[in-house]
Design a protein around this ligand. Structure first.
Ligand code: CTP
Ligand code: ZN
Length: 179
């Protein structure tokens, strides 16, 4: 196999497109590796702070968190990456995360190695992680009823009063109630 004779301007022949080369190595320079914790990868660009919001992480507990926002990605156009040290996510947290970042990859990091990698899965229903905003809903009273929502294509619907919460960050985020 021989390389193209006229390698234009002496450019490295592997470097034949700007987009293709601006990938993982690049973002690892932007956000350093962690020793232990969780890396939430492939979050839609711009939603990192929303994700932190639903997880209830605001830095006040001393959590060590690194964020990359709008990082170039092969799979998504632009993605956000969150690295939360010394913490693994609970089932409830993953459920809520799946509603706002269905394409997210969860990487469990132990001693610098990725020891587990999984996609979030979108459950058919979520229970006890979002509260219903309708003040007349049975879940808003003193009845021992856990707020439960059917997961729709876009957003969620209360199974008791049918109130719909949209998928667009804010409304779900405002009513997320984990733990
Ligand atoms: N990561 C990290 N610290 C480590 C190991 C990995 O922050 N000690 C991060 C990487 O920077 C990457 C993510 O965890 O954002 C997943 O790592 P890895 O599986 O090595 O990367 P990819 O193979 O590119 O992942 P994928 O195939 O899911 O895109
Ligand atoms: Zn309701």
């Amino acid at each position: 196999m021989s390389g193209p004779e006229g390698n234009a301007g002496g450019r490295d022949e592997r470097d034949d497109g700007n987009e293709a080369t601006e990938t993982d190595a690049d973002h690892e320079l932007r956000v350093t590796k962690i020793r232990n914790g969780t890396v939430i990868d492939h979050v839609p660009g711009g939603l990192a702070l929303t994700v932190l919001g639903v997880l209830g992480i605001d830095g006040s507990a001393g959590e060590v968190v690194s964020i990359g926002m709008n990082v170039p990605s092969d799979r998504l156009d632009r993605k956000d990456v969150l690295k939360i040290e010394n913490r693994e996510l609970t089932r409830d947290e993953l459920d809520v995360l799946s509603l706002i970042a269905p394409a997210a990859t969860i990487n469990i990091v132990r001693e610098y190695d990725v020891s587990g990698k999984h996609r979030v899965d979108r459950p058919e229903q979520v229970s006890g992680v979002i509260s219903c905003p309708n003040p007349d809903c049975i879940t808003a009273g003193n009845e021992p009823v856990s707020p439960t929502f059917d997961v729709l294509e876009e957003g969620v619907r209360c199974v008791y009063c049918e109130t719909i919460l949209g998928a667009e960050g804010a409304s779900l985020t405002e009513h997320a109630d984990i733990g």
